[in-house]
Design a protein around this ligand. Structure first.
Ligand SMILES: [Zn+2]
Length: 303
């Protein structure tokens, strides 16, 4: 496997909301311009998409609260205008931690309704043993949507579209129609780690595959795809990720059909061929996520 640039490895290491307490003081925010009017910011936590131009700045996700000043400084190197809108791809603290600071400076925060709902009360992420306190009122999205919302700014059309029960129950993808850029949030972990399937937050393997399908449907060979964690990807790389999800789902489902236990399914090492043994989510852990997703009772639809 190709070695990751240091900053990408760092972003992955910070993928867990549980790691919010780690020392972020030395983390630098790197800016990569990927299309006319679109950049990606890499720091600690989820990758930030930036739309810039005549109408001001729109950011997709905002990492951790202690990163806010560095994120704003990095945005200012691209475009000195204020941040007008923040879109949260989902509720996790490594994607929404900067909300309060951005809101205080006048940004309007948008997200799927379930993002606001989950941030409005204490959450427990069982897979990480992570109890997440209720977010401050100023951090909550002020505009929520069901299926999606469209922003007409900077000469482009940004489609923010909800995908059901994927990484969580509040995921959105963001598609820049003209610039041909797609932000997948944490429905896509690119290289270095298996994806985190947050079953406590309504995630599911079938929803994760459906999110990848939606992303692929919006993409062509020239599309730049921003994953929640890891470097910018191509359509072929998203397709390879989708194929991995489908392969592992099939292998786990076959084990369940053959009445194997989770331990027996894991013992066959179905995920080993994909490497990434040192990632934030280990191969056996991802197999356990898929197994739980396929065997637990269907979660009630959240309203
Ligand atoms: Zn996440």
């Amino acid at each position: 496997m190709r070695r990751l640039p240091a900053f990408a490895a760092l972003a992955l290491a910070a993928a867990a909301p549980a790691m919010a307490q780690r020392d972020l003081s030395a983390v630098e925010v790197k800016v990569e311009k990927i299309a006319p009017g679109v950049a990606v910011l890499f720091g600690a936590g989820g990758n930030i998409g930036l739309s810039y131009g005549a109408d001001g700045n729109i950011i997709v996700d905002d990492q951790y609260a202690p990163m806010s000043d560095r994120i704003l400084a990095a945005v200012a190197t691209v475009d000195p205008d204020p941040v007008r809108f923040v879109v949260n791809t989902h509720w996790h603290g490594d994607h929404t931690g900067g909300n309060e600071a951005m809101g205080k400076r006048g940004a309007v925060i948008l997200a799927h309704r379930n993002v606001r709902t989950r941030m409005s009360s204490e959450q427990f992420i069982a897979a990480l043993g992570d109890k997440v306190p209720t977010s401050p009122a100023g951090a909550l999205p002020v505009v929520t949507f069901e299926d999606g919302v469209t922003l007409h700014l900077n000469g482009d059309t940004l489609h923010v579209v909800h995908v059901a029960n994927a990484h969580t129950d509040g995921d959105s993808l963001v598609h820049w129609q003209k610039a041909n850029v797609l932000h997948m949030g944490d429905t896509f972990f690119h290289r270095a780690s298996f994806p985190f399937l947050d079953l406590s937050s309504g995630g599911s393997i079938d929803g994760l595959i459906a999110a990848a399908d939606k992303g692929l449907a919006w993409s062509n060979e020239a599309t730049r795809i921003i994953p929640g964690h890891g470097p910018v990807a191509s359509k072929a790389e998203l397709a390879a990720y989708r194929a991995m999800l489908v392969d592992l789902r099939a292998k786990v489902a076959a084990g369940i059909a053959a009445r194997q236990s989770l331990a027996q399914i894991q013992a066959a090492k179905p995920a080993a061929a994909y490497g990434m043994s040192e990632g934030f989510i280990k191969p056996d852990q991802f197999v356990a996520f898929v197994h739980e997703s396929l065997t637990r009772p269907k979660p009630a639809h959240r309203h």
